[in-house]
Design a protein around this ligand. Sequence first.
Ligand SMILES: [Zn+2]
Length: 135
Amino acid sequence: MHEWALAEAVVKTILRMVEGKGIEKIIEVKIKVGEMQQVENDIFRTALEQLKPVELKDTKFIIEVAKTELKCRVCGFKWFFQRDELGEDMLEAIHFLPEVSHAYVKCPECGSPDFEIVGGRGVWIESIKGLEKNG
Ligand SMILES: [Zn+2]
């Protein structure tokens, strides 16, 4: 039910973001979901469709998966995490305890296991397209 709680939070966030902005109709909302969140996009989309209030009745939801980006603390090299290289068990472990990943993932440039996750975590609203009220 993780996706439903998430959809509820996203809907609330959207409404809060457009509040007081004079937007009459929200046409399109782009949502980025970090790969590490392990969100089932189909369930998430269904949840959004079911939970959306009247303000979002005609809104098109675009859900995009954000790749996990890592940055080496030693040489500064940035790369994208290849989730296919790790098994499901490992992904689960990393999801709950990101520190675990340091034992399995190394910088492709210098081989250091000392890196930070700089992108692809969490869920966020990338953009909202709306029609402004006239006058
Ligand atoms: Zn490095």
